[in-house]
Every structure is written in structure tokens, then in C-alpha cells.
Design a protein around this ligand. Sequence first.
Ligand SMILES: Cc1ncc(COP(=O)(O)O)c(C=O)c1O
Length: 390
Amino acid sequence: MNFDETIDRRNTNSAKWDGMAAATGVTAPDAIAMWVADMDFRAADFLQDAVQGLIEKANYGYFTGEQSMKEAVSWWMKNRHGWDADPEAMTSTGGLGNGIAICLHTYTDPGDEVIIFTPVYHEFTVKINKTGRVVKESPLVIDNGIYRMDLAALEASLTGREKVVLFCSPHNPAGRVWTRDELRALADFCVRHDLLLISDEIHHDLVLPGFTHTPLPVAAPEIMDRLVMMTSASKTFNIAGARLGVVTIPDETLRKPFAGAVRGIDLSPNLLGCVLSEAAYSPRGAQWVDALTGYLDTNRQIFLDGMAQIPGLSAMPMQSTYLAWVGFANTGMDMDEVIRRVKGDARIAPSIGADFGSGGEFYLRFNIATSKAQLQEAVARLQNAFSDLQ
Ligand SMILES: Cc1ncc(COP(=O)(O)O)c(C=O)c1O
């Protein structure tokens, strides 16, 4: 568990590093990748042991280990989140993005509206558009420096074309950990307006000290008949390349069409995703996550303190994730100039706030899941790039 090691991941087919130039236009040889939600840490020992176990078996043929993976998911959800997740209610997908797309195809028709709370993980909009559904944005409001949902404004804007709420909990970007009351209010809203609630909880383990994530089935058990839960070990353990998402649908009637859609496109769980997820959702995995969130909390402090020293920048307080959401509205610069300085002068590739929908226009998102040394270098470069601000 040496998170302090700075690892050069260039030339490893890492999307974050080797795909940086194509995706972000940042090409400097010493550029720092702070965009996609992928961590720079070395894979944990228990993951390496699991891969070693596979190598020793020397068999990569058709695979029957899905059930034990689901039982490990169930164990983890109960032990870490107090949620009784029934393995029988789980369906595997090829990652959660894939799970979201299948959900939209299964539960909505082209032209139906899908509510998202913006700014939010940009792929929500991409998936909604790609499937021919329509995005309905419900802008988050900033209250005491943090995001809150404005359900009253959303309620006033409903047209009846809305079929689904696609929810991110904890929230990406900005890492809001929704409170039980907020979750209950959303659940109640979905009941009143007959909406399906798809809760993407992929970041649920990356909660910083002092905050507690509440899964929707725990906060609002009465809405099981309209709830689709999306989880994956991919963010927590940095195994996104193994492409496994787990979609848990407690209500059998609701689950059947989803499971049918997955079978219909002949999607079956891949061996590596199952083996890594099962190894992750274990007591050793729990210890590792506790150490990781402690490290991320220190990184949070380093990064937010560093940003606070640049006049005009306002980073939102982080409650979870390793994604810092930094506002530039008060610098007096337009975002083209901000981005030129960050990408050009600081040689840093962030995610662009405008891609996250309304409310993101004056923000950049920085991924701080890297070694302290590299993070400090990034902070110094940003301070330098904006050193003329007083
Ligand atoms: C909220 C959220 N959902 C889904 C994903 C993507 O998941 P996957 O890689 O399993 O498709 C991400 C990745 O950053 C995410 O932040």
C-alpha cells in the first residue's frame, strides 16, 4: 500500500496517459494527466494475487465464476454499506456505462425525457443522446458552498414526458455525499411523479473521512419497485479495464426485462472482471480502501489548500471521490484563457466543466488520485500559471 510511489504509466496503454493527447490536446512530454477518473496507484496486492491465481490455473476458457463474484458483492454491500443486496437480483454488464445504456433501452422509448442533476458525469448526457432519449437538466444549486438538488424547481418544470431520474450518488463531479433526507426527498419525488430511479453509486466507497454514503435501498426501502442500483468495483479498486458493472434490481418484475435485454445481446460477464471484483470485495480489499481514502483525504487537503492560495479560484469542499471541482468565474478571465493557461502553461490535462452540463461552464475538474509528489508538482504549476492574479 505505497500510495507515495509515482508511477510512470506512459506506454502501458493507459487511456489516462497514452490517450491524453488525443482526448485533451495536451501533448507536452512532462504533462500531468488529471482528467479521466482513473487512479495512478499500483494495483493492490490482493488483485495481483488474484491474477497470479488465474495464471496458475492456465485456463481462460468459458467461465462459471459469476455467482461467487455476486456473493462477494453482496458481502461487501452488507459490510461496508449496510445494504442487503441479494445476489439473485444482480445482473452483470460490461461496465456501468454499458449498464446505463441497457437501462435506457429497456425502460424508456425514444423521445422520453431523462432527468439528470447537472453538472454531472458527462457520459450520462452522451448515453441519453446516443440512445435517442432526451436530456432534461435539473441544475443543482449552490447552498453554503455545496451542491443541493432543487426539487421544487424541477417539479414546477415537469411536462409529463419525463420517465427516469438518472442519479449519481455520491455525485460526480464535486463529490457531494447526499444525506439520507435528500435521498428520501428524491425517492418521494419519484413516487409522486411515477419515475424510475436509476442510482449510479459507482463512487460509493470513495467517501472521505467524516462522511457516510447511504445506498438508496437503505435510505428509501419503500421504493424498491422503481429502483435500479448501479455499482462496480472499478472506481474503488481502479480496475475499469476489466469492464464489469453490477446492476441490482430488487423488484423481480422490474428486473426481468433488464435481464432479458442483457441475454438478448448475448452479454456475459468476463472472467477478469469477475475474478478482480471478487478479490476486491474482501477483508483485504476493505483494509486497502480505508488506507486509500485516508491518502485521498490528505491529497484533498494539499490540492484544495493550494487552490485557495490562487486569488479568484474557488474549489468546492470535497466529501467524496478523488475529483476536485474548481471554479474560475471570479478570476475575471474567460474560460478559453483559463484552459490555455492550465493546458498550455501548467501542462495539465483536466476535465472541462462545460462537458458536465449546465452549471459547469466556469469549472474544471481535477483528478487528484496520484502520488503526493506529483500532486504537489501540479499545484505548483497551477499556482505559477495564475501567479499574476492578485
Ligand atoms: C458516475 C459514473 N458512472 C459510471 C462511470 C463509468 O463506469 P464504467 O467504466 O464501469 O463504464 C463513471 C466513470 O467515471 C462514473 O463516474
